[in-house]
Design a protein around this ligand. Structure first.
Ligand SMILES: [Zn+2]
Length: 522
């Protein structure tokens, strides 16, 4: 009996990016895709190419530059969508077109306004059309779990006949419970003619908190591909979390062993899980809740005295996974004021950064400034410096040159700023409810931009009283949102930088005339 593989299909860049407010730039998508390749995912769904020029471009760049995983593009069941997807994934060595159409009575009647016969015809045509461009074609009957079983069997048999190689069974609205989902997969596996030639896939949403449980139950019943996202990002309550799926399979191989298989495994390099999760959280601006399974800050923290005592005596008393397995702990290198340029550059390389001469110069300069204020600089600090400040992904139209804030008990918080906009210098002063509010008002006056502030958070990059603060803000204007980040040992300065960063991203997106995209749910 040999071990069987479960294919990990990551849709962080497509379904995950549809989380309200999680929009990523093309450079950021590429950075995540490169890390997903290091993590070892089998398939990256890089985007929905027909929906906008930016989506097309992002999918194409990932297809050109990321090697290892298969690159998939999403397409509705129409020729235009499929052609756009095929062009976008064309540069990839391994490519897939993922096409879909809704099959539930409510979706067919009210959304598509089509009969089931018409839907079946469209599905078959779409798969045949995709086959003209690629061998690897995935088909999804959207809202499968609320579709009639007899129609599901009929349409899946027809698309297999037309050449589909992976059949994905989405619980689009996150409605079913594990037992039901398992039964659906088992019945399809036994009743759809020709399904043995295909891989059955899961795609579960988390509206009832069942996404991971449903996906794993699907696997127990014969599915061999799981669609998931890093940190469980996705529409509404999100998708199945990649890290939970992978560690579930990794930690409980006994549960997945059966008479037909000697157990299941994935190609994921688990030691890259933590790094990937952090990167996605940082770039999307979605903070991870501390008690989140696997990747939350408290997931491996044992504080209660009795637990700590047990762990010291024998680790497995209260720990079912080792932190090192997901890439936590180990040596946390410390740099400081006396670290030379050479040592710093070495550390950056070890952390996986490939920087240009110019970027190294900028990073080292910022590192030196921070090392002067803070005795110890950790890996996390170096990563924050490079990710937030050195890798500038948009043109910096506005630059914060000077910030002064006065506040205290019984005084009105007041801020003054000096901003540089291209060659023009602008100065403004304002008061507010607090120091951050005052600083933001001054920045609004100096830039003449007044987006709505949707979300603001600040956290320490590492522990300790001299920790770097990282501020993340989300602003919206005309229905689109933009995320900005800033770091500093001073949290007011970090907050101001984050706000200016978000405004720069907004101005840059408007300059490019990015149109709101067509959104799909699957
Ligand atoms: Zn989805």
């Amino acid at each position: 009996m040999s071990e069987e593989k479960v294919v990990i299909f990551d849709t962080t860049l497509r379904d995950g990016e549809q989380s309200p407010g999680a929009s990523l730039s093309i450079t950021e998508k590429l950075e995540i895709a490169q890390q997903l390749a290091v993590l070892g995912v089998d398939i990256i769904e890089a985007g929905f190419p027909v929906s906008s020029p930016a989506q097309f471009e992002a999918t194409k760049i990932v297809a050109e530059q990321v090697s290892g995983p298969t690159i998939a593009g999403l397409a509705r069941a129409s020729e235009g969508d499929i052609e756009a997807a095929s062009k976008a994934v064309a540069p990839a060595k391994k490519k897939r077109i993922h096409t879909f159409i809704a099959t539930s009575p409510v979706h067919m009647e009210y959304k598509l306004k089509k009969s089931s016969d018409e839907v079946l015809k469209m599905a078959v045509q779409a798969v045949k059309c995709a086959k003209n461009f690629v061998d690897d074609v995935e088909f999804s009957p959207e809202d499968a779990c609320r579709s009639e079983m007899s129609f599901l069997i009929e349409i899946l048999a027809a698309v297999i006949e037309a050449g589909a190689t992976t059949l994905n069974i989405p619980d689009t609205v996150g409605y079913v419970l594990p037992y039901e989902y398992g039964r659906i997969i088992a019945q399809l596996k036994s009743d759809v003619p020709g399904i043995d030639k295909c891989i059955i896939s899961t795609h579960c949403h988390n509206d009832l908190g069942m996404a991971v449980a449903n996906s794993l139950t699907g696997v127990r019943n014969g599915a061999r591909q799981i669609e998931c996202t890093v940190n469980g990002l996705g529409e509404r309550a999100g998708n199945a979390a990649l890290e939970e799926i992978v560690m579930g399979i990794h930690t409980r191989p006994d549960f997945f062993a059966s008479q037909s298989t000697g157990g299941l495994s994935t190609n994921i390099k688990t030691t890259e899980i933590h790094r990937t999760s952090q990167l996605v959280s940082r770039l999307t601006g979605f903070v991870i809740q501390p008690n989140k399974a696997i990747v939350g800050a408290n997931a491996f923290a044992h504080e209660a005295g009795v637990h700590v005592d047990g762990i010291l005596k024998e680790r497995t008393t209260y720990e079912i996974m080792k932190p090192e397995t997901i890439g936590l702990g180990g040596s946390r290198m410390v740099l400081g004021r006396h670290t030379g340029r050479h040592g710093f550059v070495d550390r950056c390389k070890q952390l996986g950064f490939k920087l240009t001469e110019e970027e190294i110069e900028h990073a080292y300069q910022r590192f030196s400034e921070i090392a002067d204020k803070k005795k110890e600089v950790f890996d996390e600090d170096v990563m924050a410096i490079i990710n937030d400040e050195v890798r500038v992904v948009v043109e910096q139209v506005y630059e914060l040159q000077y910030l002064h804030v006065a506040c205290g008990t019984g005084t009105l918080p007041t801020a003054s700023v000096k901003m540089c906009a291209k060659d023009e210098v602008k100065i403004a002063a304002a008061c507010g409810d607090g120091p951050v509010d005052a600083a933001y008002e001054a920045i609004r006056q100096a830039t003449g931009q007044s987006p709505k502030l949707e979300n603001y958070s600040i956290k320490a990059v590492t522990s300790g009283k001299e920790a770097l603060g990282e501020a993340t803000v989300r602003i919206t204007e005309d229905g689109r949102s933009y995320i900005g980040r800033g770091i500093s040992t001073d949290i007011i300065e970090a907050s101001a930088k984050a706000y200016v960063d978000a405004i720069n991203r907004m101005v840059s997106a408007k300059g490019k005339g990015d149109q709101p995209e067509v959104k799909v749910e699957l």
